[in-house]
Design a protein around this ligand. Structure first.
Ligand SMILES: Cc1ncc(COP(=O)(O)O)c(C=O)c1O
Length: 401
């Protein structure tokens, strides 16, 4: 009997795999096979979760607390998140907060709650490569708008305004930014706020890198400059990056009660709630002030300065100073069109593939970030490995024909 329909839905056909996870697992396979891989690929801290957070998780398991919780999360945790967000200047109580299985899950809930099929969702390009697929998953239309390397990838309110159409619905702001390392200024945010008011957009502020800011950079979220927009902004955050809890899946969102309740309804029918053990461990992280270990931030800063200096010193490589998160996004366009052992380098994807296969350096090609002439380097490996990996990268570029 013939099958009139494919086995999987049209909707799932809109969604692609995460290239970052694919390359990271390829690098992990090579490492497991004994190869000396330098991994600049994964956006994952190489530090461990704080001991008191781990202890709280272990205690919760031993006390038999791994049972269902309320869909929106444990009330004590929601209160702690609300307190943390209120300390940030956001007008939230526990009812404005939902706990989810990671920031990505919170983002997905927010997109689902905000968007109808056909709604356009805007975000600055280069962008985190999950945004387009997440938008397509809710049958929205991803609309990237450009930023410029000359401006250090600062968000450009004029470019945002030019990208507006009558279908524009939602803006995602991510500062500090993955993949550029940009930290948007107050002045830029004020201009963006005006576009949001004029176009009546709803906004998702993805603030997952809040604490990872260096030198004179300051984390500024949209609601800091535009508290009047609180009725249409959802703030996303979590413990993956600040507390090195990536695999624990600890994220949360704050926002208008009506939107948070809608996200809760969806979550209750999709995943029920975040892991009970993770929620209890997250309380330990937040009770302690919710701040990351300052020695970790200082170490990222040291690595950042090394990476920025070393990349910029390579001929044909341009890298604006990353101010936050743990990424650098150099432009390598001067090397595209050259050859490596007779193989033509057409885009960053070709370069990333050869760097991994031949020189055992894992990077993410910017093709999937809307930046096909860039490579993303995460400085989530040791200072020594950054030196070693960048020696190999410099050597690779110097040998091109
Ligand atoms: C911009 C951005 N948002 C959200 C996330 C997701 O974080 P989580 O591990 O909490 O789902 C990431 C992770 O890489 C990210 O880079």
């Amino acid at each position: 009997m013939s099958h009139p329909r494919p086995l999987t839905s049209r909707r799932i056909g809109l969604v692609g795999n995460s290239l970052t996870l694919e390359i990271s697992s390829k690098a992990a396979e090579l490492k497991a096979a004994g190869k000396d891989v330098v991994a600049f690929a994964a956006g994952e801290p190489d530090f461990d979760a704080p001991p008191h957070v781990k202890a709280a998780g272990i205690k919760a398991i031993n006390e038999g607390r791994g049972r269902y919780t309320a869909a929106m999360g444990l009330m004590d945790l929601r209160k702690l998140v609300a307190k943390k967000l209120a300390a940030n200047g956001f007008p939230y109580t526990a009812e404005n907060v939902i706990v989810s299985s990671g920031a990505k899950h919170a983002l997905y809930n927010a997109l689902y709650a905000f968007c109808d099929p056909g709604d356009e969702v805007l975000f600055a390009s280069p962008y985190w490569n999950s945004y387009p697929d997440m938008v397509r998953a809710v049958e929205g239309v991803p609309v990237p708008f450009p930023t410029r390397i000359e401006d250090g990838y600062e968000i450009d309110a004029d470019a945002l305004r030019r990208a507006l159409t009558p279908r524009s619905r939602c803006l995602i702001i991510n500062s500090p930014n993955n993949p550029t390392g940009a930290v948007y200024s107050r002045a830029s945010m004020e201009k963006v706020a005006q576009v949001v008011r004029d176009a009546n957009l709803v906004v998702i502020c993805d603030d997952i890198y809040e604490h990872l800011v260096y030198a004179d950079a300051k984390y500024v979220s949209l609601l800091h400059v535009a508290p009047d927009l609180a009725d249409r902004v959802v703030v996303i955050n979590g413990l993956s990056k600040s507390h090195c809890m990536t695999g624990w899946r600890a994220g949360y969102a704050g926002g208008p009660k009506e939107v948070i309740a809608a996200m809760g309804r969806f979550q209750s029918q999709a995943t029920s709630h975040a892991s009970a053990i993770t929620q209890i461990a997250s309380m330990a992280a937040l009770e302690d002030g919710g701040l990351p270990d300052p020695t970790m931030i200082a170490e990222y800063d040291r690595r950042r300065r090394l990476m920025h200096a070393r990349l910029n010193a390579m001929p044909g490589v341009k890298c604006p100073e990353p101010k936050g998160a743990f990424y650098a996004l150099p432009d390598i366009s001067a090397h595209l069109g050259k050859t490596h052992n007779g193989r033509l380098l057409r885009s960053a994807a070709d370069v990333a593939q050869l760097l991994l296969e031949e020189d055992l350096v894992a990077t993410i090609p910017g093709d999937s970030f809307g930046a096909p002439t860039n490579l993303r380097f995460a400085y989530t490996c040791s200072y020594e490995n950054i030196g070693k990996g960048l020696d190999r990268v410099g050597n690779f570029f110097s040998k091109l024909g």
